[in-house]
Design a protein around this ligand. Structure first.
Ligand code: G3P
Length: 217
């Protein structure tokens, strides 16, 4: 399973890039606004930090403008994945950009049939929003399971399932068990994945017992 970071905070990426565990980055207009920085500067800086796809989302909703924006974003760096919303216009743009060899991340996916449409439109990534489904009382992980089941039936569908809107470590566990190709994880959640109290207690005991030997390695 690949791990992407879901952030537009370059400092958060710098803090985690040396782990060697980060395979890409996803941003969205909300994260960019939160960064307080120029969109294009953030995307270029992210592409220079990570040797993997960096998702940059269009702002327009109409086909013509979305296509122009998508091409501008793709021109920023070869590893930009253009993010488009799951709408008729968005999927038209997805088809056109992917036919031109540009990576496309279709976002704001909330149903398996939307994911089927995105795959037919040649999406590189589909982003089902697990957490936001949970937020309204549905089991968001069912989305991942259903999409995985559908995609497995058709070898010609090459779209990667990018589990998004991850709220906590259990979402990462469940997405991995459900067969998501990627999870895009908020940095705070990624830090949480490392920790278990039994590991901490075991380390404390090993340190104490090793110190009692008086030896060095
Ligand atoms: O960036 C896409 C997605 O992961 C954002 O989800 O629900 O945290 O805004 P959310």
């Amino acid at each position: 399973m690949d791990f992407f970071l879901d952030t537009a905070d370059v400092n958060e990426v710098k803090e985690l890039v040396d782990t060697g565990l980060i395979n890409g980055i996803t941003t969205n207009p909300t994260l960019i606004a939160k960064s307080g920085r120029a969109f294009k500067d953030v995307i270029i800086e992210m592409c220079e930090l990570i040797d993997g796809p960096v998702s940059a989302e269009v702002a327009a909703l109409d086909y013509e403008t979305m296509l122009v924006e998508g091409k501008k974003l793709a021109d920023l760096h070869e590893r930009v994945a253009v993010k488009v919303p799951l709408t008729p216009a968005g999927l038209r743009v997805c088809k056109e950009l992917s036919d031109d060899g540009i990576m496309v991340n279709v976002t704001l996916c909330f149903s398996p049939l939307q994911a089927l449409l995105a795959a037919k439109a040649g999406a590189t990534f589909i982003s089902p929003f697990v957490g936001r489904m949970d937020d309204i009382g549905h089991d968001g992980m069912d989305l991942i399971t259903d999409i995985r089941e559908i995609y497995e039936n058709y070898v010609d569908l090459e779209t990667c399932i990018l589990a998004a809107s991850i709220r906590h470590p259990l979402h990462v566990l469940q997405a991995a068990k459900a067969g998501a190709d990627i999870a895009t994880i908020p940095p705070k959640v990624l830090h949480q994945l490392y920790h278990h109290p039994m590991t901490d207690r075991g380390i404390d005991a090993f340190v104490k017992d090793w110190a009692s030997t008086g030896q060095t390695i």
